[in-house]
Write a protein that binds this ligand. Structure first.
Ligand code: SIN
Length: 549
């Protein structure tokens, strides 16, 4: 991959989901040149598969305060109130920007065309803007079209970022900053050093660390792993959100059934047709996701069943067809008609609440490196993300990061084309590719079994031991063989899994999405809206013996 007209990329954005596209479009509008790297096609990533929508307090009975309170409540004391306040208050503006880009949200035709707001777990009001049940797809296609048409944005597909290039690697005495990225061109197999004045990680989460996930294959934690290797702090990785309802079918392991189905009246049932959520929480099916996922896990284990069932067949056929056309047609493909029968569902890994530590401008610990979206830990989600707050975070912080980059870029030096080339002089072609795929399977299975919805210290230690063995094998592979897509992604997933387990072992309490049988209570139950337990920082520059307790 040769930069066509410059030796230097002005701004490199790694990832082309909602976070990446938002920051790129704002920067391009400000007159900046942006290059985006997509590791598959431009739209392939978790944003595309988001069904529910974007939370914004625009309903007449709603308020910023209620949206803030619901977010803090779900986050179980670990949100940053400043971040939450900033994002919630900027939500309507973010939504207006999307509408200006051409995104079509569902409306109520007999009520003066006002937006239809759906309801999701943990929200005290109807608050979620959506495009039927395919919000992510509509947004991705609209913004990707804008980016592809924009004269100052270049999208390079099938480019897998491998590692960040920090100046400490090039000039050890200089003040450390990010100078660019090594990326593997998946079409040619060549690794290039891409110099940039600023790098933005918008590369998504790490759901693929788990056997069952709603995430697409791209969710391998690349940005989190790259930032960690470059010395940035990573926080709150123990808070992996399990979505309560993915379709249970041997061929549909990753198909999500939107929370909006429960929001619009869907009920969770046991195989005998009885409801069970009322026994677990007074909000029943509309309790926050951690509670619903844990309740399902409990009932499945108690009854020895492979799935529970989600039933919305009591609603009129036309209602289901209008609100959930895509879910309906996907379920029909697998032989289930949600208009007439309950559909089998199970929880699956869905969202990485922790990530690279940033502020509300998206700045990471490494000057010149930003992180936004699911790969970042901004304090918005705390110990548990409220449904439909993630697309919102991408929108608001994508804009604020763009403003900060634009305001500072002229002061940042160009490094030119003199970055060290990728060194392949001592490697050969891999002789046993099968080892990589076996390691993938092993990792995802033990993460599911030992680091899932319900944890124990013993299971976490077991996972830690297996991760150590895998890390040694991967290091050996990485140093001796020519790299490829699977090896890079596995290397990242193993590292991110290690961070998840380290954070989980360090948190000796149950809070939000982290539930351990060995420490079933919170350290303090008294306050829901204050950060009582510091964020669980795990960072290279910190004392390895550091502990928050
Ligand atoms: C869903 O539609 O249930 C997913 C929305 C989200 O994860 O925020």
């Amino acid at each position: 991959m040769t930069p066509p007209d410059t030796q230097q990329y002005e701004i490199l954005v790694v990832g082309t989901g909602l976070a990446g596209l938002t920051v790129a479009l704002h920067l391009a509008e400000a007159g900046r040149q942006v290059t985006m790297l997509a590791k598959r096609s431009v739209t392939e990533g978790s944003s595309y598969y988001a069904q529910g929508g974007i939370a914004a307090a625009i309903g007449t009975a709603d308020s910023f305060k209620d949206h803030i309170d619901d977010t803090l409540d779900a986050g179980a004391g670990l949100c940053s109130p400043t971040t939450v306040d900033f994002i919630v208050r900027n939500a309507p503006e973010g939504v207006d920007w999307l509408i200006g880009q051409g995104v079509d949200f569902s409306r109520i035709h007999d009520q003066g065309e006002s937006f239809h707001l759906t309801r999701e777990g943990g929200h005290s009001h109807r608050r979620v803007l959506h495009s039927e049940d395919a919000t992510g797809r509509v947004i991705e296609q609209t913004l990707a079209d804008s980016a592809n048409r924009h004269p100052r944005i270049r999208v390079l597909e099938h480019q897998l970022a491998i590692d960040l290039i920090a100046s400490s690697r090039v000039e050890p005495a200089s003040q450390n900053r990010c100078l660019g990225v090594y990326a593997l061109n998946l079409e040619t197999g060549i690794v290039e050093a891409l110099p940039a004045r600023c790098v933005v990680l918008a590369s998504g989460g790490a759901g693929k660390a788990y056997l069952y996930t709603s995430n697409p294959d791209t969710a391998t934690g690349d940005g989190i792993a790259m930032a960690w290797r470059a010395g940035c702090r990573v926080a709150n990785m123990e808070f992996i959100q399990f979505h309560p309802t993915c379709l249970y079918h041997p061929q549909a392991k990753t198909f999500l059934i939107s929370e909006a189905v429960r929001g619009e009246g869907g009920r969770l049932l046991l195989p005998d047709g009885s409801r069970f959520m009322t026994r677990h929480d007074e909000r029943a099916e509309l309790a926050p996701r951690d509670i619903v996922a844990r309740a399902i896990d409990y009932e499945m284990k108690k009854h020895g069943i492979d799935s529970v069932f989600l039933d919305i067949s009591h609603k009129p056929d036309t209602f289901i067809e209008q609100h959930f056309p895509n879910i309906l047609s996907a379920c029909l493909k697998y032989g289930y008609d949600m208009r007439t029968q309950p559909i089998p569902t199970v929880p699956a890994a869905h969202y990485t609440c922790g990530g690279v530590v940033t502020d509300i401008r998206g700045r990471s610990d490494l000057p010149g490196l930003y992180a936004i979206g699911e790969c970042a830990s901004t304090g918005m989600h705390g110990a548990n993300r409220l449904a439909s707050n993630s697309l919102l975070e991408c929108l608001v912080l994508g804009k604020s990061a763009a403003g900060d980059i634009d305001g500072n870029l002229d002061g940042w030096l160009e490094y030119g084309n003199s970055l060290p080339a990728w060194d392949e002089s001592r490697v050969s072609d891999p002789d046993e590719q099968i080892v990589v795929s076996h390691n993938w399977d092993e990792l995802r299975r033990f993460m599911w079994d030992y680091v899932g919805i319900v944890r124990t210290t013993k299971r976490l230690r077991r996972a830690h031991h297996r991760i150590k063995l895998l890390s040694d094998e991967i290091r050996d592979f990485y140093s001796n063989f020519r790299i490829n897509n699977d090896l890079i992604e596995l290397r990242n997933l193993v590292l991110v899994s290690d961070l998840i387990v380290q954070c989980a072992l360090a948190r000796q309490e149950s809070r939000g999405l982290h539930y351990t049988l060995d420490f079933p209570g919170k350290i303090s139950e008294n306050s829901k809206d204050t950060v009582l337990v510091p964020m669980n920082f795990v960072g290279r520059q910190l004392d390895p013996n550091w502990s928050y307790s």
